[in-house]
Each structure stands twice: as structure tokens, then as C-alpha cells.
Design a protein around this ligand. Sequence first.
Ligand SMILES: [Zn+2]
Length: 120
Amino acid sequence: MGSQAVFGGRARALEHVPVQARQNGRVGYEYVVIAVSFGLATGFIGRGKGGSFWLWFLIGTILPVAGLIAVILHRNEDTEPERTCPACGKTQKLYVQVCTRCGTELYLPDRADVRHPSTP
Ligand SMILES: [Zn+2]
């Protein structure tokens, strides 16, 4: 009777190990789920801001929290004010300092030249 109690105690101790291992495995799986969820959220926000869904999905999955913050702070390419290059006429975002077509240095233009695509 006494030895059975000892065996029972040992069995319980052995049972404890696989439970720990299973919990560790589940934590890893949960991390993947969280990372992919962040990736999806980051991707959708990135796409909504005129960027590439897959690029932001990748960033959000690799850097779950930082990627999401980055995409929230990211400039919205669709609403960013634009102006036209005085040298070649190419439409540029207002934050572009050198024309990507002709290389002309772009200074802050007159307010009349700034277009806001989001406002009709
Ligand atoms: Zn230009």
C-alpha cells in the first residue's frame, strides 16, 4: 500500500513533464498565429495607404508590433500632397526633394501649386 502511494506520486511527477513540453509547443504556435495576425493587419493597413500588401505583410510578420506601428505612421501615398516638377512636369509628392525623372532640386512650391489628391 505504501509503495503504491510512492509510485502514484512518481507517476504524477512524470506526467508533469510532457504537459510542460506541450505548453512550450503551444506557445510557439501561438506566437506564429500572433505574428501572422499582425502581418495581416499590417498588410491591410499598408495596402490601404497605397503600399504593397505583401511587403507590409512581411514586415508585420517579422516585426509584429514595430511593423504595425511603422505602417500606422507611414505616409499615405494616396493623400500625400503633390506638386508638379517645374522642369519636366512630372508629378511628385511634396516630400520629394529631388525630381526622380530629371533630378531637379525641388523646393517648397507655392501653395497654389500643391495639390491634395484626397480633397476633391
Ligand atoms: Zn523633373
